[in-house]
Design a protein around this ligand. Structure first.
Ligand SMILES: NC(=O)c1ccc[n+]([C@@H]2O[C@H](COP(=O)([O-])OP(=O)(O)OC[C@H]3O[C@@H](n4cnc5c(N)ncnc54)[C@H](OP(=O)(O)O)[C@@H]3O)[C@@H](O)[C@H]2O)c1
Length: 271
């Protein structure tokens, strides 16, 4: 299938590792120019060098940026820099790390605020900063303007012990659906993608934390996760990335306002 992504410009947040990094690599392989960001200058520079090598593309196809997505001023600057550097912006992929696990009494008001800033407010601010550029990309001879928000399967089926994630992801789903209604008339699509358990640094940290809390081994925790999926395994980053790339591609032009789980069948609801 021709994905129509050659020379398009994408901004992928939270891309020094994990799902963001894998998505940036898949976009580079499809011919995109890609800006990637994370909080750490060292990690994002390293990721950019590795990604260029892995995708077999010149360094100038990738722009590494230091940006903490929970800081509005950094978000604005990063999006401006991307559009200025590459001359346009076609695709925004919002993403960041995940919040800590715990029971309802483990979290202070500040913990709640930080989690909402990390996963909900960041998504809204990234979108607000990207919209003027995406509106331009939606016009003209070869239009393509896409927003894809990384949330979690916890948006459809809350995960025990992941209160902070369960709540903030639901907020992102509400934002995405509202936005898809507003900007659809302009030709901008807005979708969310809901990873299930997928092998990344985040999953390793989660299994360490849960193993300690429950007095089990990390292998037991991971086996439990695999067992929840219809496919009886955890996912691979590249499987997530393939779905993400399709949702921002040209052939996905009539898909908007959807929440796509990439979870191996872990969510048990009908819809
Ligand atoms: N993997 C799974 O099984 C799974 C399942 C469901 C949902 N999710 C969600 O999907 C998202 C990505 O997960 P992942 O597994 O890829 O996590 P990961 O391996 O921990 O990667 C997170 C990425 O986000 C960056 N990041 C963290 N905080 C940031 C911030 N404030 N500003 C900018 N960048 C930031 C990190 O880079 P720096 O540390 O360099 O800043 C890193 O590049 C998370 O929200 C996670 O909760 C993951």
């Amino acid at each position: 299938m021709h994905l129509g992504l050659d020379n398009r410009v994408a901004f992928v947040a939270g891309a020094s590792s994990g799902l963001g990094r894998a998505t940036a690599r898949a976009l580079l392989l499809e011919g995109c120019r890609v800006a990637i960001c994370s909080r750490s200058s060292e990690r994002i520079q390293c990721a950019a060098m590795d990604l260029a090598r892995e995708a077999g593309v010149p360094d100038d196809r990738i722009l590494p940026l230091v940006c903490d997505v929970s800081q509005e001023s950094m978000v604005r600057a990063a999006l401006e820099r991307t559009a200025q550097h590459f001359g346009q912006l076609n695709i925004l992929i919002t993403n960041a790390g995940g919040p800590p696990t715990g029971t309802v009494e483990d979290f202070s008001a500040d913990d709640w605020r930080s989690a909402l800033e990390l996963n909900l407010v960041s998504t809204i601010n990234l979108t607000r900063a990207a919209l003027p550029h995406l509106r331009r990309a939606a016009c003209g001879d070869n239009p393509l303007a896409r927003i894809l928000m990384v949330t979690s399967m916890s948006a459809k089926q809350p995960v025990p012990g992941l209160y902070l994630s369960n709540v903030s992801r639901a907020g992102v789903q509400g934002f995405a659906k509202s936005l898809s209604e507003e900007v659809g008339v302009e030709g901008i699509t807005v979708n969310t993608i809901l990873p299930g358990y997928t092998r990344t640094d985040r999953l390793t940290h989660l299994s360490e934390a849960l193993a300690e809390r429950k007095g089990l081994s990390e292998d037991d925790i991971e086996a439990g996760w695999a067992d929840q999926a219809a496919l009886k395994r955890v996912g691979r980053e590249e499987e997530f990335a393939a779905a993400a790339v399709f949702l921002v591609s040209e052939p996905a032009a009539f898909i908007t306002g959807v929440a796509l789980p990439v979870d191996g069948g872990a969510i048990k609801g009908l819809l």
